[in-house]
Ligand binder design. Structure first.
Ligand SMILES: *Cc1c(COP(=O)(O)O)cnc(C)c1O
Length: 393
């Protein structure tokens, strides 16, 4: 496996800290909309960027900057731009990297709202999009158009946990004159750092593993070059999709335990995945850490661990999935992922219940598909919960 940059936990704890006059142990919440200037000249210098400092919180704020600096350090980025939500980060990335007449090529199973943004809205501004299985490099090569300027991949992807070879994809993108952006939400910077593999931009919904406590919505985009960071930051201030100081404080607080949370959760996930694979009620299990996963070897090379996300198919289809949902006691029935609590979701009876069976099938959502985001509870308790719930299936 690829070894992580040394001192990951140390960066989590100390990265990005702001020195204040009182020697605060953690970065305080600078809950202010604006910052006063010492003189007219200083105001002019700040606006002209001749002097470092803060002007107005939509443009920048010390609490937000602390989080941005910490994530940039973890990703090996020149800089990072925090956003109001993960979708803020997705929209910012697309709008910053695409021009009229250009084409974006993306993962077939990309996060639903990201696909809607590209297919229904970017197209209004003359940006075309198409979607392909990005774990298949030959298919990606065939889908490139002369106008492709952005390859936007999500890896691992949802819900089938497909893994894209990021080094190969970066090479392919750059040879074509395109950039590579990676939605790395499912992995978090603890398991993979796409910029170090050649990507130009990496983004996260920090709502998930980075914050990790299911109490904040937020996003962040990290850039591989200062030019890209400037472009992202300028557009963020114009779109107004900035994070706010209190949100940044909570996310930064959650981030400090990312490695502790993720390393514990993925131990539980590995046990649960292996247990599920041996159960007669389950048709198949998709977990990156299982040798049965089609990109298990690639994941071993590219990631430093296998994460906490598992998908599996109930042999009994829709009804079996529904009964499983109605009988778990400890796990929460909820969308989202990456928190300390285990979440379970059955798209066919929950999020996609209003969609026809045919449309679900077209979106790759089989009738018995269940997704687990494994938290940090004791694995024995999670297994006991699944065991008792499966008795009702
Ligand atoms: C949740 C999620 C998003 C969107 O993030 P929000 O914080 O909900 O706006 C984007 N990409 C992926 C992979 C996600 O899981």
């Amino acid at each position: 496996m690829k070894t992580k940059a040394s001192g990951f936990n140390t960066t989590l704890v100390h990265g990005g800290k702001v020195d204040d006059q009182y020697g605060s142990a953690i970065t305080p919440i600078y809950q202010t909309s604006t910052f006063s200037f010492q003189s007219a000249q200083q105001g002019a210098d700040l606006f002209a960027r001749k002097e470092e400092g803060y002007i107005y919180t939509r443009i920048g704020n010390p609490t937000i900057a602390a989080l941005e600096h910490c994530v940039a350090e973890l990703e090996g980025a020149c800089g990072a731009v925090a956003t109001s939500s993960g979708m803020g980060a997705v929209a910012l990335t697309c709008l910053a990297l695409l021009n009229q007449g250009e084409h974006v090529l993306s993962t077939a199973s990309v996060y639903g709202p990201s696909r809607i943004l590209m297919e229904k809205h970017l197209v209004r501004f003359g940006v075309e999009s198409s979607f392909v299985d990005c774990s298949d490099l030959a298919a990606v090569r065939r889908a490139l158009r002369p106008t492709t300027r952005l390859i936007y991949v999500e890896t691992p992807s949802n819900p089938m946990m497909q893994v894209t070879d990021l080094a190969a994809m970066a090479e392919l993108a750059h040879a074509h004159g395109a950039r590579l952006a990676v939605d790395s939400t499912f992995a978090s910077p603890y398991l993979q750092q796409p910029l170090r593999l050649g990507a130009d931009v990496v983004l996260h919904s920090v709502t998930k593993f980075i914050n990790g406590h299911a109490d904040v919505v937020g996003g962040i985009v990290s850039a591989g070059t200062p030019e890209l960071e400037r472009r992202l930051r300028e557009l963020m201030t114009l779109l107004g999709c900035n994070m706010d100081p209190h949100q940044a404080y909570l996310v930064h607080r959650g981030l400090k335990t990312l490695a502790l949370r993720m390393s514990h959760a993925q131990l539980g996930a590995a046990r649960i995945a292996a247990w599920l694979e041996a159960r007669p009620e389950i048709a198949w299990v998709r977990y990156i850490g299982l040798p049965s996963h089609p990109q298990h070897e690639l994941a071993k090379r590219q990631m430093s661990g296998f994460g906490a996300m598992i998908s599996f198919e109930m042999k009994g289809g829709l009804e079996a999935g529904r009964r499983l949902m109605d009988h778990v006691q400890l796990m929460l029935l909820a969308v989202s992922l990456g928190g300390v609590e285990t979440l379970i979701e059955h798209p066919a009876s929950m999020t996609h219940a209003g969609v026809s069976r045919e449309e679900r099938a077209a979106a790759g959502i089989t009738e018995g598909l269940v997704r687990l985001s494994v938290g940090i509870e004791e694995p024995e308790d999670l297994l006991a919960d699944l065991e008792q719930a499966l008795q009702h299936v």
